[in-house]
Design a protein around this ligand. Structure first.
Ligand code: ACM
Length: 713
């Protein structure tokens, strides 16, 4: 993300599909004698009252703060933001002045986590005040939004009118988070800082940083250097990556990266300056393959894989439960604690399938030694030990909702991801909880149906996110005090690039920010305020998801995204593994049953069919479910694409051999197949024959041709 110093251009009203209506300026409260100047603050403040008149901010408006006070950092941040986003050079002043923008920390100091602020704009000037630096920072963000509520009246304008108003604001919840998965795909420290910058402009205050998983260990640990020497690098899945030989090693090129402790300290400080806490996650006892590849002694198996794996899904690899392994994890956590001042430390706990523990005589013997009755109790024991360790160091443990299974360690906080059941159970048992449930708050789901974005096929729109109830009625009123807040999760299996991280994050992050901060829900108001937010993204060079105008479906040519899937088991918008560099195709496919329906094909004039197909590696750890994937017997060694009429059991009207595509890892247009014209509108079913689940053959596009070109059938 490259920042450009450009001036706001016109607010475009192009966010069509995801946002209802976006034309008129917004007034957040009934205007009396107030101006019609727009106010467009996201998240909406608790109280906003307009008054008569306005204040003109010009390049000669001083920004006043007490030199050397904690207000100085916020005032200077605000000045920088105005320069970057409006090209306006405001001047810092240390003494009171009339006609100024003043930042004031009140003598009556609040607690450090007091996030409230007041903002008073009148024809005489603007004052932002708060009892804590944190609150003052949020006041500055609101003021910046008042100054970016619309485009300047003329290019190069040097005056921005702010309507007279009073804001009294404080958030509803103390945890307003985004989780970023830097394990499945690595983002540069520079990107992480830019992401933090944009989070801060939403008053989001927690970055949950997913640093370890099966596919990578990304955090430098001085005592165990192999964690990153080995664990931070993998050969991506598929034949294209396997054939991409690194001339310096003579072996397939590895993908990866890690964060040095110096980089982490820098990122943590950068976040702290923007009042964002980074909650690191070290996942255990599952999602441990990368650590185990680096230090095989941590494994349950005697001879575990020594290379970091590249499949998605849930690996069976668990840490063993030797004292030495607990010692290793505590050593790791000690270094984590030295880097991250966060009160909460996330220890994962999710998706630890217990097969290896069940099958291991040694683990079973340890269970008897430890006096735990089953593998769930063993996981509870594992988490409890980490909790005791963290608690001794003055920190708190948080984990995914599986940490409830087998009994929850005292004081542990539960992050509910499998719906909100975990939050309900945690609150009922007197534990704090953060709501970050799939499907709605899983930002690896796409924000709308777009052919160019990988992710899960099931969508979660900005409106779905906005509608999420952070204090559901199933949690009783007395127990709602345990709800710390909300978080959206950006899992990156299918989000390979920083541009896509931003696309999946924004503007849905604006919706989750308002859900977590604002005290009332107002979708109509939010959608009216959103275009100004999108314009701020443009000015900041933040990529975001802007729904395209609906396009009429071509009756004769469809991409996989324009066809229906026959089933919806594990439906993905899946990126090709080739070419290694450059644009890759993105296919819509149910990896459990690759099969597509071209609905409503007019076959009266069509006499041939052209299929563009791809092949993607089956790199999914789905356990025994793999046995449920149907295979259709091929007639030729390479297999075929079969086309059937009306449904997938209907008459086979074309067979396209895959031989011409076998050696091409990217998209291949197969020789056309002739089809006999027939009356009427029909559905066409497309399925591949194949001997094995790997590779997954996929449709890229299908075209029905009306001119006679004889082809193969
Ligand atoms: C998770 O999605 N495994 C927390």
């Amino acid at each position: 993300m490259q920042r450009k110093r450009r001036i706001l251009t016109l607010i475009c009203c192009t966010f069509v599909a995801a946002v209802a209506g976006c034309s008129k300026p917004v007034s957040d409260s009934p205007a009396t004698a107030a101006t019609t100047l727009p106010v467009s603050i996201i998240p909406a403040p608790r109280e906003l009252t307009r008054a008569a008149g306005q204040f003109a901010v010009t390049t000669s408006t001083p920004v006043v703060f007490e030199n050397g006070s904690p207000a100085e950092a916020t005032a200077r941040y605000f000045i920088d933001l105005m320069q970057r986003t409006r090209g306006m050079a405001l001047t810092a002043r240390n003494s009171d002045a009339s006609g100024a923008i003043s930042f004031k920390l009140l003598a009556d100091e609040g607690t450090p986590d007091d996030e409230g602020y007041s903002l008073d704009a009148s024809p005489r000037g603007i004052t932002v005040s708060a009892r804590s630096p944190r609150g003052l920072f949020y006041g500055a963000v609101s003021l910046w939004q008042l100054l970016t509520a619309e485009a300047p009246s003329a290019p190069g304008a040097t005056t921005i009118d702010v309507p007279a108003l009073t804001i009294t604001d404080a958030p509803r919840f103390r945890w307003r988070g985004l989780m970023l998965d830097s394990a499945r795909h690595y983002q540069s420290p520079q990107f992480i800082k830019q992401f933090i910058d944009v989070m801060a402009l939403h008053k989001l205050n927690v970055l949950h940083w997913h640093l370890t998983d099966d596919q990578a260990w990304r955090l430098e640990i001085k005592k165990y250097p192999k964690l990153t020497e080995v664990g931070a690098w993998r050969v991506p899945a598929g034949p294209a990556a396997a054939a991409d030989i690194d001339p310096t090693t003579g072996r397939p090129r590895v993908y990866g990266g890690f964060y040095s402790q110096d980089q982490v300290r820098d990122i943590v400080a950068y976040a702290a300056a923007r009042h964002i806490t980074i909650v690191p996650e070290i996942d255990m006892p599952g999602h441990a393959s990368a650590a185990i590849a680096a230090y095989p002694k941590l494994a349950v198996l005697d001879n575990p894989p020594r290379q970091v794996p590249a499949d998605w899904g849930v690996y069976p690899a668990l840490f063993n439960v030797e004292e030495s392994t607990f010692g290793f994890l505590q050593d790791v956590l000690s270094e984590v604690l030295a880097l991250f001042p966060s009160e909460y430390i996330h220890v994962g706990g999710d998706e630890a399938v217990k097969d290896q523990w069940k099958a291991s005589a040694r683990v079973q013997a340890r269970m008897r030694e430890l006096g735990v009755k089953d593998e769930h109790a063993l996981q509870a024991h594992f988490i409890e030990r980490m909790q005791a360790f963290l608690s001794n160091q003055g920190r708190r443990l948080i984990g995914w909702d599986e940490i409830l299974e087998g009994g929850l360690a005292p004081n542990a906080t539960v992050m509910s991801w499998r719906g909100i059941d975990g939050a309900v159970a945690a609150a009922a048992a007197g534990h704090d909880t953060v709501l970050s449930p799939q499907p709605t708050l899983y930002f690896d789901r796409r924000p709308f149906d777009t052919p160019s974005s990988p992710g899960r096929v099931e969508i979660s729109t900005v409106q779905d996110v906005y509608a999420f109830d952070p204090a559901p009625a199933v949690i009783s009123e007395q127990q709602r005090k345990h709800i710390l807040g909300v978080q959206a999760n950006i899992w990156t299996e299918h989000i390979r690039t920083p541009a896509r991280v931003e696309f999946m994050a924004f503007p849905r992050a604006a919706a989750i920010a308002e859900v977590g901060w604002s005290h009332t829900k107002d979708w109509a108001g939010f959608s009216e305020r959103l275009p100004a937010q999108l314009e701020r993204y443009r000015v900041l060079d933040v990529r975001f998801a802007e729904a395209p105008l609906p396009r009429p479906v071509d009756p004769l040519r469809r991409s996989s995204h324009e066809m229906a899937l026959c089933t919806d088991k594990i439906a993905l918008s899946l990126e090709d593994d080739a070419p290694i560099s450059g644009e890759r195709a993105v296919f819509k496919v149910d990896i459990m049953e690759p099969c597509w329906l071209f609905k409503g094909a007019d076959l009266a004039k069509a006499n041939s069919l052209v299929a563009a197909v791809g092949q993607v590696p089956f790199n999914f750890q789905i356990g025994d479910a793999v046995k449920q994937i149907p295979l259709h017997k091929p007639a030729t060694p390479a297999g075929e694409l079969e086309v059937r009429l009306d449904d997938c059991k209907g008459e086979r009207i074309a067979v396209l051999p895959l031989a011409p595509a076998v050696k091409n890892y990217a998209v291949t247009t197969l020789p056309s197949a002739s089809i006999a014209p027939r009356e009427g509108i029909h559905d066409l079913c497309f399925m591949f024959t194949r001997k094995s689940v790997d590779p997954i053959w996929v449709i890229d596009s299908i075209e029905l041709k009306t001119d006679a070109v004889a082809g193969t059938e």
